[in-house]
Design a binder for this molecule. Structure first.
Ligand code: GAL
Length: 351
C-alpha cells in the first residue's frame, strides 16, 4: 500500500514539474485579443524565391528581423492565388502586421481587403501598387524605389558611355546606336518605367537610335540568353548595345554574346543592366559588362523591417528611424549609377 502511495505521489510530482516546464517553455503565446509574449508575429511574402535580386532583399529582411519580430516568410512561387492563401493563413495565425511583395501588382486591392477586415497594417514592397489603391487604406505603405529614377540613370549612363566609345562601338559607322532591349515582367512598374525613361534620356541627348528588337525575358537569365541567341543569329554584327531592365537578364545576354565570340576586342558589344548584384559587378570589374544601376536591396530590406516592426508594435511607422517618408505613404531608396570606376559602392552595398 505504501509503495502504491509513493508511486502515485511520484507520478503527481512528475506531472506538476512537467506542467511548470511547459508553461516556462511556451513563453510566446497568442490570445484572441492579441499578442502576449516576447516578439510580435509578422507575416511576409516574396513573389518568388527564385529571383536573385529578391533573395538579397529577403536576406536583409531576415537578418534585420532577428531579435525584433517573429518573421513568418513565405515563397509565393509566382502565383497570386497561392499568395492570397498565404495571407489568409498568416492572418489566422495571429500576425500583427504584413509585409507583402505582390506577385501581380494589381492584386494589392485583394490584399488590402483582407488586411482591412483584420484591421492589420500592410507594407507592400518592391512591386508598387497603384497610388489610388494604396491611398484607399490608411494602414498601407510602400517601401521600394522610384522606378523612373532607374530608367533615367541608366539612360544617362548609356549616353556617357556611347559618347566616349562610339568610334569603336558604332560598328557600321552610321551614327546610330542600334540596340536590343531586354524587358522585365510586362505591367511591372520597374520594367515599364526603365524601358521608357532609359530611351527618353538617349533621345534627349540627341543620339539617333535604331531599335533592332525589344522583348520581355521576365527578369530571367535563361530566357534572356534564348532571346539573345535568336537576335545574334538574326542581326549578326548589327547589334551595338544591349540594354537590359535588370542584371540577371544582362548576364544571360552576356553568356550568349560570349559563346558567339562577341566579347573580343574588335567585336565587343556593350551590355548594361540594373541592380548591381555581385555576379554583375564581377563582370564590370572584368570589363565584360560596362555598367549597371545599384538597386539597394540591403537598405530596402532594412526599411521594410523597420516599418513593419513599428506597425506590429502599434507605433508610428517611421518611429525611431531616419527613413524619409513622402506623402505619408512611400519610402524610396535612391539608385546609384555604377561603372568600373565606382564599383566599390556596389560591392559595399551587397556585402
Ligand atoms: C526589380 C529588380 C528585378 C526583379 C524585380 C522583381 O526591382 O530590378 O531584378 O527582382 O524587381 O519584382
Amino acid at each position: 500500500m505504501n509503495n502504491i502511495k509513493k508511486i502515485i505521489i511520484a507520478l503527481a510530482m512528475c506531472f506538476i514539474v512537467a506542467s511548470i516546464l511547459k508553461v516556462g517553455i511556451s513563453r510566446v503565446t497568442y490570445s484572441k485579443t492579441g499578442y502576449k509574449g516576447e516578439l510580435p508575429k509578422v507575416g511576409a511574402t516574396i513573389y518568388k524565391y527564385d529571383d536573385e535580386f529578391m533573395s538579397y532583399i529577403r536576406n536583409s529582411m531576415e537578418n534585420d528581423a532577428y531579435g525584433r519580430i517573429a518573421l513568418n516568410m513565405n515563397d509565393s512561387q509566382n502565383d497570386q492565388d497561392t499568395q492570397l492563401k498565404q495571407v489568409d493563413e498568416m492572418i489566422s495565425k495571429g500576425v500583427r502586421a504584413l509585409a507583402i511583395n505582390l506577385v501581380d501588382p494589381k492584386a494589392a486591392k485583394s490584399v488590402i481587403v483582407k488586411a482591412k477586415a483584420a484591421n492589420l497594417p500592410v507594407i507592400f514592397f518592391n512591386k508598387e501598387p497603384d497610388a489610388s489603391v494604396l491611398n484607399s487604406y490608411g494602414k498601407a505603405w510602400f517601401v521600394g524605389t522610384d522606378s523612373k529614377e532607374s530608367g533615367i540613370l541608366q539612360g544617362k549612363m548609356i549616353v556617357d558611355l556611347w559618347n566616349e566609345n562610339k568610334n569603336k562601338w558604332d560598328k557600321n559607322k552610321d551614327g546610330k546606336l542600334s540596340y536590343v532591349l531586354l524587358k522585365g515582367e510586362p505591367g511591372h512598374p520597374d520594367a515599364e518605367a526603365r524601358s521608357k525613361y532609359a530611351l527618353d534620356e538617349i533621345n534627349k541627348a540627341g543620339i539617333t537610335v535604331e531599335e533592332l528588337a525589344a522583348s520581355t525575358a521576365m527578369w530571367d537569365a535563361a530566357k534572356a540568353k534564348d532571346k539573345m541567341d535568336g537576335w545574334i543569329s538574326k542581326f549578326n554584327n548589327r547589334i551595338e548595345f544591349v540594354i537590359s531592365n535588370n542584371d540577371v537578364m544582362a548576364l544571360g545576354a552576356l553568356d550568349s554574346l560570349e559563346k558567339a565570340g562577341y566579347l573580343s576586342e574588335e567585336k565587343f558589344v556593350p551590355v548594361v543592366g540594373i541592380d548591381a548584384i555581385p555576379d554583375a559587378t564581377k563582370k564590370i570589374k572584368a570589363g565584360t559588362m560596362v555598367g549597371t544601376i545599384l538597386n539597394d536591396a540591403n537598405n530596402q530590406g532594412k526599411a521594410i523591417i523597420d516599418l513593419v516592426t513599428n506597425a506590429a508594435n502599434g507605433k508610428n511607422i517611421i518611429n525611431g528611424t531616419s527613413w524619409k517618408i513622402t506623402n505619408n505613404k512611400y519610402i524610396r531608396i535612391p539608385y546609384v549609377t555604377i561603372i568600373k570606376d565606382n564599383i566599390d559602392i556596389a560591392e559595399q552595398a551587397y556585402k
